[in-house]
Design a protein around this ligand. Structure first.
Ligand code: AOF
Ligand code: ZN
Length: 384
């Protein structure tokens, strides 16, 4: 049985982990809290790839006081020699008495930590039940890592903006449909993801930079362009070091060379229906490039293809507080064999923001209402 005081320490470990999610990616951002005799004696969170894992940071800060203590970890300690030695060995060497685990590690290479700890005579508590709110919080903060570990592809959040009557462009040709608050939330999303994805049509039409601005940035997301014919040139703003362009073998070889000279990584995959990049292959390539989470801001056709391909894990829909040209249309296609369920809704300045997740089966008519006045007033983007 897990004691309330241990749950409390796990909540603290999850909060520490939250600060490490972006810097640690594509590794999981993990938190560790070590207690002894009811007091916290050490804490830590995962460093960027190649650096120490959470347990090692916490053990260092605890020193001798870890002996006989309890380590609370948001993710099962690793049992493998990766870029760093196994955390289970560090816990055994430090002679902790107990380890409390919120979420198992699905990475088959690193898993097995619980068995190794038990074999060394350490009491292991956990992992928590799949529906436990603390474990669910870890699953949410590690959605990128878990997607990569279990599906070999990144977690995808798709952003769409439309007018209240379903038009994708503003009637008077203005650049922005939505107000400053909704646009600021886009930059928070970018800062929290490994990559920002658009199609070549958006690059050619808008020349976006796709970086995160006017927010605290741990590290900039990588720009990613799906570009079957290589229409992106070194003159475009996205064509910079760190950018990744996914193309097909149909693209002219000299264009790939020019982009590579500008520091862009160019990867060719097969062509899909309609001549675009094969989306499953493209996302597998992103996974191999260590991209665990994607914020997609494509135009209507790539957005529709992503949805139809079952590749969208979350839809962030900005609904601008004005009308389009008076011709309603359905801007948001349904996911294959299912429908969107509104997980959260709220306001960003004058606009509405919906967070939707794909669910199997027909559209639900019921939208869950906020349970309290506080929840109703909380802007949805606070949690982005
Ligand atoms: C832990 N604590 O803080 C993290 C873990 O290449 P490496 O050596 O950094 O290992 C990466 C793998 O280790 C990663 O895929 C995941 O399974 C686990 N991450 N484990 O005990 C941590 N970040
Ligand atoms: Zn580890």
């Amino acid at each position: 049985m897990i004691a309330p005081v241990e749950r409390h320490a796990l909540v603290r470990a999850v909060a520490l982990a939250q600060q490490a999610v972006v810097r640690a990616s594509p590794n999981p951002g993990v938190g560790c809290v070590i207690t002894r005799d009811g007091r916290v004696v050490g804490e830590g969170a995962t460093h960027p790839p190649g650096g120490p894992h959470a347990e090692v940071v916490a053990l260092r800060s605890a020193g001798d006081r870890a002996q006989g203590g309890t380590a609370h970890v948001s993710l099962e300690p690793c049992a493998h020699h990766g870029r760093t030695p196994p955390c289970v060995d560090a816990l055994v060497d430090a002679e902790v008495a107990r380890v409390v685990i919120a979420h198992p590690d699905p990475n088959p290479v690193a898993a097995g930590g619980m068995a190794r700890l038990r074999a060394a005579g350490i009491e292991v508590i956990g992992p928590l039940a799949a529906t436990d709110p603390i474990r669910l919080a870890v699953a949410a903060q590690l959605e990128g890592f878990l997607s990569l570990a279990t599906r070999g592809r990144p977690h995808v959040t798709l952003k769409l903006a439309q007018t209240a009557d379903g038009a994708l462009v503003a009637p008077d040709g203005q650049r922005w449909l939505t107000g400053p608050a909704a646009r600021a939330s886009v930059h928070r999303w970018r800062a929290a993801r490994d990559a920002v994805l658009v199609g070549s049509g958006t690059v050619v039409a808008d020349d976006p930079s796709l970086d995160a601005r006017e927010v605290v940035v741990v590290r900039q997301p990588r720009p990613v362009v799906f570009d079957a014919r290589l229409r992106t040139t070194p003159a475009h703003r996205v064509a910079r070091a760190g950018a990744l362009v996914i193309t097909t073998s149909r693209a002219p070889v000299d264009r790939a060379g020019a982009l590579r000279a500008a520091g862009v990584e160019v990867v060719a995959v097969g062509a899909g229906e309609g001549g675009g990049v094969a989306l499953d292959e493209a996302f597998a390539a992103l996974g191999r490039a260590g991209i665990a989470s994607v914020f997609a801001e494509p135009g209507a056709s790539l957005a529709a293809a992503l949805v139809a391909g079952g590749l969208v894990d979350r839809l962030v829909l900005h609904v601008a507080a004005h009308l389009g040209d008076g011709q309603p249309r359905r801007a948001v296609p349904s996911p294959p064999g299912g429908a969107w369920r509104t997980e959260r809704s709220g306001g960003a300045g004058r606009d509405a923001v919906l967070h939707l997740v794909p669910v199997p089966g027909p559209a639900t008519t019921e939208v869950s209402e906020p349970t309290s006045a506080t929840a109703a007033n909380r802007p949805v983007e606070e949690h982005a």
